[in-house]
Design a protein around this ligand. Structure first.
Ligand code: SF4
Length: 333
């Protein structure tokens, strides 16, 4: 199932986001319009073979990043490079080819599978469309994929309602890896599952990544899951990355007050908990009215005055390989 080794040198940049920005125009009244900023100048590099976590509250822009990478949305500005190629404006056949190399697993396996189609049909679909497989060869390939995800041949002719939540998510993963992708975007893949099943699926995902030589972009609001599965993490708030680094560094030494508040809300084994529990005041602001300066300043327990209200903090390296966007560390633009 693997691509040639030369094409998959571990550690090289696989996906690079440069200044990625996405605005949405919202109608207001009969004639008015407002602009919602879903993503604002995001720079990220995913290296081949990494498991990269993207965390933040809902509305932080995580899912917009996924939809832009998959080219389900067009960015307002910025660039997306995949394996060194600019894919920002790909169309037609070139875009179709790209989708063989980048696949997604969605949060809800119930909604991802057609209830009127057997598992054989659902998993076979990309192989028929992209590879033109038919007949016994198609069936053999689907059996092999189901075997890979721990669903033996007896599942071929079952319908989604005959499977548990964990089994359905495994079938979705089988479909996602059917075309031997290089990057798998996992958008909250365990959050719709029972807690007891979540651990099994996470363990399976970790094993699958090694077996199929995959790179993961793992989107989650659950820090313990990111801690378990990922080696790097970016924390997002209001469409921007506010902290980025190796999982160990960010979880052991959280620097941004927002990261501290997220960590303080979820006790994590082996992670340094900030002194005392930080309870954020106020709600997440609207994407149509992002606060000036640091977008986090109305809720920040450590804000340091006018600079936080007027100047946008830059994402600057604070330690080696660990970057933070916060005026507490002298970053500003
Ligand atoms: Fe808080 Fe200021 Fe840092 Fe923003 S820049 S997180 S308001 S201290």
């Amino acid at each position: 199932m693997s691509a040639p080794a030369a094409a998959r040198a571990p550690g090289e940049p696989l996906l690079e986001l440069r200044g990625l920005t996405r605005h949405f125009r919202l109608k207001e009244g009969l004639t008015g319009q407002r602009t919602a900023v879903a993503l604002d100048g995001v720079d990220l590099t995913l290296r081949r073979g990494a498991a990269y976590g993207l965390v933040g509250e809902s509305g932080s822009g995580k899912t917009t990043v996924a939809r832009l990478i998959l080219r389900l949305l067009q960015p307002t500005s910025g660039q997306i490079l995949f394996a060194g190629q600019d894919i920002t404006g790909l169309k037609g056949e070139a875009l179709m080819k790209l989708r063989e190399r980048i696949q997604i697993v969605f949060q809800d396996p119930h909604a991802s599978l057609n209830p009127r189609q057997t598992i054989l049909f659902s998993v076979a679909e990309p192989l028929v469309i992209h590879r033109g497989l038919r007949g016994p060869a198609l069936r053999r390939r689907v059996e092999e994929l189901l075997e890979t995800v721990g669903l033996p041949g007896g599942f071929l002719y079952r319908y989604p309602h005959e499977l548990s939540g964990g089994q359905k998510q495994r079938a979705c993963i089988a479909r996602a890896v059917a075309l031997n992708p290089e990057l798998l975007v996992l958008d909250e893949p365990t959050s719709a599952l029972d807690v007891s099943v979540q651990a099994q699926v996470l363990e399976f995902l970790r094993d699958l990544k090694a077996r199929l030589d995959l790179t993961y972009l793992f989107i989650s609001h659950d820090l313990s899951v990111v801690r378990y599965l990922c080696d790097r993490v970016a924390v997002m708030y209001m469409g921007k990355v506010v902290e980025e680094g190796a999982v160990g560094a960010v979880f052991e030494s959280p620097s941004h007050p927002y990261t501290e508040s997220l960590l303080s809300a979820v006790p994590l084994p082996q992670a340094r908990q900030p002194e005392g529990r930080i309870v954020l005041s106020g709600d997440v602001p609207s994407a149509t009215a992002i606060p000036r300066g640091c977008a986090f300043h109305p809720r920040c327990p450590r804000r340091i005055g006018a600079v936080c209200e007027t100047a946008v903090p830059r994402l600057d390296p604070r330690f080696q390989d660990h970057a933070v966007a916060c005026h507490l560390y002298g970053s500003g633009s």
